[in-house]
Write a protein that binds this ligand. Structure first.
Ligand SMILES: [Zn+2]
Ligand SMILES: [Zn+2]
Length: 343
């Protein structure tokens, strides 16, 4: 049996994403076969398409999958069959020291990361595992479900990594993007006061809607300090969630108070970052990296969406055959929220 996919014909612009066919994958004894209902289109995918990550030509990208379990391997509980699920980006091994510690984003022993180590969700089917699948309630459709693991879960993990407390003032950069707009909602949910930073003035209303107390369009250091002072932070903000990288890093790093934390989760314009060692030393700043959510994070995200605390923001939905158009829109940075493909 074959399935339709979108695959990388080369590394380059959106047009390198072309239609293809593949055999439907066979789940191993400990795996699930998931019929893809929807797959998010991530900034990570755009980097992979350009050849900047580990995805060779011929890869099927896509690590933000929701769908239905159609079959299970011999060792898997048959109750999984027929369940609607959202998937964590990586299938971990389940037994290495990182898995035992719950830090499954660091596991390098399992089947791995969709779109790089194993074929991804720009396809009609993917394999999964009870270790990375979380059941979805009926009220969360596949398009919303596809946003939960990366667009929502990544932000929750980042906020936790930064140790955000109720009352903190949190800056979110790239706030109109898929991770950004949900990080705004999540930070608000955790009791933080949120300053959303965006490059696009047309996104201000959407960011206020998501819960931002202040929205700054391409702010310089002076404007961010003024905003922080207005929020009772004359020495700077408590936390930055940096989803863009080079375009904003230097400005937001300087906006931190002494003892502040900056957590990097996105790298939309890959470049070296200007890090002033004196600034880090004198202010005792922490710069941290945070990868993707764990299964436990995704369980929490599904609960938050089910009770309405987080509203998944899907920017636009394209058929799988139009993956190139979805990538062109992503490159154009005009979307608020996540682009999604449906097979
Ligand atoms: Zn992603
Ligand atoms: Zn492991």
């Amino acid at each position: 049996m074959t399935m339709r996919v979108a695959e990388l014909a080369a590394h380059g612009g959106p047009e390198v994403l072309v239609r293809g066919t593949r055999p439907v994958p066979e789940p191993a004894a400990d795996q699930l076969l998931v019929r893809v209902g929807a797959c998010g289109v991530c900034g990570h995918d755009a980097l992979a398409r350009r050849g900047l990550l580990a995805a060779p030509v011929g890869s099927v990208l896509g690590h933000e999958v929701a769908g239905r379990v159609e079959a299970v391997g011999a060792d898997v509980d048959g109750d999984w069959t027929g369940r609607r699920v959202a998937l964590v980006q990586r299938i971990p091994c389940g037994w290495c020291p990182e898995c035992a510690a719950g830090t499954t984003a660091r596991c390098r022993q399992g089947p791995g990361f969709y779109g790089e180590d194993l074929p991804g969700g720009y396809a009609e089917y993917v394999v999964a595992s009870p270790l990375n699948a979380v059941p979805l309630p009926d009220g969360v459709d596949d398009v919303a479900g596809a946003l939960l693991t990366c667009a929502v879960g990544t932000g929750l993990k980042a906020l936790r990594t930064a140790g955000v407390q109720a009352g903190d003032v949190v800056v979110v950069t790239g706030a109109g993007g898929g991770v950004g707009v949900h990080a705004v909602q999540l930070a608000r949910h955790l009791g933080a006061v949120v300053v959303a930073v965006t490059g696009d003035a047309s996104k201000v209303a959407a960011l206020q809607d998501a819960g931002a107390t202040e929205v700054a369009v391409r702010p310089d250091g002076r404007e961010l300090r003024r905003i922080a002072a207005g929020l009772d932070r004359p020495r700077g903000v408590d936390v930055v969630v940096e989803t863009t990288g080079a375009p904003t890093f230097a400005v937001v790093l300087r906006a931190l108070r002494p003892g502040g934390r900056l957590v990097l989760v996105g790298n939309t314009a890959p470049a070296d970052l200007p890090l002033d060692p004196g600034l880090l030393i004198v202010r005792e700043l922490a710069v941290l990296g945070s990868a993707h959510a764990t299964r436990a994070d995704l369980v929490e995200v599904v609960d938050l969406v089910t009770v309405g605390v987080v509203r998944p923001v899907a920017a636009q939905v394209w058929p799988l055959a139009h993956a190139a158009a979805a990538h062109a829109a992503l490159d154009g940075r005009t979307l608020v929220g996540r682009a999604v493909l449906v097979p």
